[in-house]
Design a protein around this ligand. Structure first.
Ligand code: G6P
Ligand code: MG
Length: 230
């Protein structure tokens, strides 16, 4: 059985898209272009359902049950990724979401290790382009594991690479599948976004703006006491 998360929290594992940077729009525009070319209806609402899914899982949803051969499926994934790479080429530090840099800096000062746990195969290139790779001790991306979120694999991979017990790790996620994956890994989870999406997390914030590490630790400590007292 998975252990409950505990203190001290020795590492924070960040999801990438929607947590450190808002690439959702780039992913949306790329899927939209592919869908338009294929004559498939696709809008922002349909794109929301792709949050946290792998490229292949996303394409299956975009196709909405339309059957295509393996080769066509592969070439569609490649085409979508080409559009995505073109759009994300001009990313800079300006595309890092508000609150992220102060938090990364605080974590570094507090001696907390940092890692990336993303389903994206572009994750390494994106953090390098954003200029935040130097903060990350480990980069776990879509090529590191075979099973995607909500299995805990990518987060367990990051903990193993850090040489830490999963129970001493905290995940920051914006997708429901990612929150579930982190809970299944036995880690602390901070969810970013609406309750309906990330409410299963131990703590929920709209985004990382104004989120300070001491407050996160304080709130989790207080919450644990509250749980223990019931
Ligand atoms: C993240 C995003 C998804 C994206 C997936 C795969 O999980 O939230 O929207 O589809 O990564 O990204 P990739 O860059 O490998 O196509
Ligand atoms: Mg995400």
């Amino acid at each position: 059985m998975t252990k409950s998360p505990s203190f001290p929290i020795q590492a924070v594992i960040f999801d990438l898209d929607g947590v450190l940077t808002d690439t959702l729009e780039f992913h949306y525009l790329s899927w939209k272009q592919l869908a338009d070319e294929e004559g498939i209806p696709f809008d922002r609402e349909a794109n929301e359902a792709l949050r946290g899914l792998t490229r292949g899982e996303s394409l299956r949803l975009v196709l909405q049950g339309r059957e295509v051969g393996d080769e066509t499926f592969q070439s569609m994934m490649e085409r979508k990724n080409r559009y995505y790479l073109e759009l994300s080429q001009n990313m800079t530090l300006d595309h890092v979401l508000p609150g992220v840099l102060p938090l990364l800096t605080e974590l570094r000062a507090a001696g907390v290790r940092m890692a990336l746990g993303s389903a994206s195969r572009n994750a390494r290139a994106v953090v390098q382009r954003l200029g935040i790779a130097e903060f990350l001790d480990v980069i776990g991306d879509g090529s590191c594991v075979t099973q995607s979120k909500p299995t805990p694999d990518i987060f367990l991979y990051a903990a193993t690479q850090l040489g830490l017990d999963p129970a001493n790790c905290l995940v920051v996620e914006d997708a429901a599948s990612g929150v579930e994956a982190a809970l299944r890994a036995g880690m602390w989870v901070v969810g970013l976004g609406p309750e309906e999406r990330v409410g299963a997390a131990h703590l929920v914030f709209p985004n990382l703006e104004g989120v300070h590490w001491v407050d996160v630790v304080h709130k989790l400590t207080y919450q644990r006491r509250a749980i223990a007292a019931t």
